[in-house]
Write a protein that binds this ligand. Structure first.
Ligand code: UDP
Length: 321
């Protein structure tokens, strides 16, 4: 199979490309590198079955080769990034989704959309099942990401219903692991980098807000299984349901890195969801999947990567302005 993966230079796009390559498939990776890492493309390019196209997928792309699958992972995904690039975020979620769906239609390829737990917004139902319609502020600062992904889901369903395209939608919950950028700005990379450098650990608000963190290998396995599922068109949550407070996460990071960093409190960002936890009943049943890596084990597997970044590049965390 030859698959086209947008966002291949990004954290999930990289790991997903690796997964397809490991199974003997060919991958065309598309990225404009606004938030992706050239180092990821360099590593993927060691494989002859990987080809890189430097392109902004908000602009249509023609591919001469046959394409059997299109997986749309391009988007700034860290709040710090999408607040810095609000219009490219809206464009890649809307125009980029339209362009990738068009590409899949032209090639008769299967399509998978990387959607997000952000479609649930600041949820009023907890944990969140796929049937929940969400609670999103369309005009708040996070709306650029959330509404683009909600539009992307609607567009994907329309291509399925109207054009008969074979589509899949994965709702990805907080994911972490090696190859996140040090300056990604999301909580796991920030805390690890801060702890390893001895910088203050920046907790936004009182740290009582919760998230449920999935180790990247588990996340990619769930996505890979959904892509290959014979007929599931409606969205599927893929995430780890083990819910922790941000304070708990800070404590675990400090303990596992042996850090003596102090904690610093910063203001809670606008519309920051108070809780988040996937209901993965559906993924368990139809994908025969569930996460295998707990938070402590996942952090232990991630720490050496960040230690390396700090030692070689003097990498720093990035907090919201
Ligand atoms: N957060 C924090 N300190 C940081 C970065 C994030 O306390 O340096 C908090 C943030 O307010 C949110 C949670 O950690 O409640 C997860 O934030 P992240 O940016 O990782 O992703 P989100 O789940 O909000 O999209």
């Amino acid at each position: 199979m030859r698959v086209l993966i947008t966002g291949a230079a990004g954290f999930l796009g990289y790991h997903l490309s690796k997964r397809f390559l490991a199974d003997g498939h060919s991958v065309i990776g598309v990225d404009n590198l606004i938030t992706g890492s050239p180092a990821n493309i360099e590593s993927l390019s060691a494989e002859d079955r990987f080809a890189f196209v430097d392109h902004d997928i908000s602009i249509p792309l023609r591919v001469a080769d046959t394409v059997d699958g299109v997986l749309h992972f391009a988007s700034p995904a860290s709040p710090v990034d999408y607040l810095e690039h609000p219009i490219p975020t809206l464009k890649v979620g809307s125009l980029g989704t339209h362009n990738t769906l068009g590409l899949a239609k032209l090639h008769g390829a299967r399509y998978l959309l990387a959607s997000t737990s952000e479609v649930y917004g600041d949820p009023q139902i907890h944990p969140q099942p796929e049937s929940y319609w969400g609670h999103v502020n369309p005009v708040g600062v996070r709306g650029v990401y959330d509404e683009a992904k909600r539009f992307a889901e609607a567009m994907t369903m329309a291509y399925h219903r109207h054009h008969g395209l074979e589509t899949r939608i994965v709702r990805i919950f907080n994911t972490y692991g090696p190859r996140m950028r040090a300056a990604d700005g999301r909580v796991v990379s920030n805390f690890l980098v801060q702890a390893l450098r001895g910088d203050p650990i920046t907790i936004y608000g009182d740290g009582s807000q919760t998230r449920s963190f999935c180790f990247v290998d588990d996340e990619v396995e769930g996505i890979y299984r959904l892509f290959h599922h014979p007929n599931r068109v409606e969205p599927v949550n893929v995430g780890n349901p083990a819910e922790v407070t941000i304070r708990d996460l800070a404590e675990a990071v400090i303990e596992l890195t042996g850090s003596s960093s102090p904690v610093e409190r910063l203001p809670l960002p606008e519309d920051d969801p108070k809780v988040r936890q996937p209901d993965i009943t559906l993924a368990r049943r139809i994908l025969d999947w569930e996460p295998e890596t707990g938070l402590r084990e996942g952090l232990i597997r991630t720490i050496p990567y960040f230690r390396g970044l700090i030692e070689t590049d003097d990498a720093q965390a990035r907090t919201l302005p």
